[in-house]
Write a protein that binds this ligand. Structure first.
Ligand code: PRP
Length: 213
């Protein structure tokens, strides 16, 4: 009997890319995987159990060991700083974190306001720049903040750039490039070494073939 691997999958944007990658690596995932409200999906054929989590929570499940592995954006890893190992850059769902705002505007000199879903990343970034800012934590639709006078700037994900463009915002600084990562709980990495390595090897093979290696 194989050990069952529990994998925390991020619901939303990354999900489809992650499911495609697993399938391309040869894992049989059932059709219900793509169109289900279930939060736990067992795939006994592969000895996998998937937990469908909010992207920002994936490293939390993995740190606590209720998931052996997880797929999480680098943005989430930087924001959450959980005690997990990052095993692989899956090279999917590429985007970047940027500072954006209304065009031709200067930041308020005294404690400019920065709206973001990433308070830790934003705080660290502006500290490095030697700027003292007031962080306003929001949970979505971040682009609204400068448009309605809540913040001078935002720190947010840019993927296609459409959201910025359609809301008349411009990018000021690019902070860091983001892709999704495969992460593992340190104890699972030891205890389920064989299974984790098998998964990693198959993913690496697929990634290398994508790169024409
Ligand atoms: C993300 C991000 C931007 C948008 C960027 O939001 O926060 O708003 O996508 O993508 P684009 O450059 O392709 O337009 P998401 O759609 O995840 O929703 P949210 O507003 O709830 O964060």
């Amino acid at each position: 009997m194989k050990d069952v691997l529990t994998i925390a999958m991020p619901k939303g944007r990354i999900f489809e890319d992650a499911a495609d990658l697993l399938r391309e690596a040869g894992f049989q995932l059932p059709p219900e995987f793509d169109d289900s409200r279930k939060l736990i999906i067992d795939v006994p054929e592969e000895s996998f159990r998937f937990i469908l989590a909010k992207p920002m929570d994936v490293p939390t499940y993995v740190e606590h060991g209720v998931a052996d592995l997880g797929i999480a954006g680098k943005d989430v890893m930087l924001e959450e700083e959980r005690v997990v190992y990052e095993l692989l850059d899956l090279k999917i769902s590429a985007c970047y974190l940027a500072v954006a705002g209304l065009p031709n505007t200067k930041m308020n000199n005294i404690a400019p306001k920065i709206a973001t879903k990433y308070p830790n990343v934003a705080e660290a970034y502006f500290r490095e720049q030697g700027e003292q800012v007031e962080i306003i934590k929001l949970n979505g639709s971040i682009e609204l903040a400068p448009m309605i006078g809540l913040a001078d700037r935002i720190v947010d994900i840019v993927s296609t750039g459409r959201t910025l463009k359609e809301n008349g915002l411009v990018e000021y600084e690019r902070i860091v490039d983001i892709t999704s990562r495969l992460i593992v709980n340190p104890a699972s990495f030891r205890l389920k070494e064989e299974r984790v390595n098998e998964l990693v090897e198959r993913l690496v093979k697929k990634l290398q073939s994508n790169e024409g290696l």
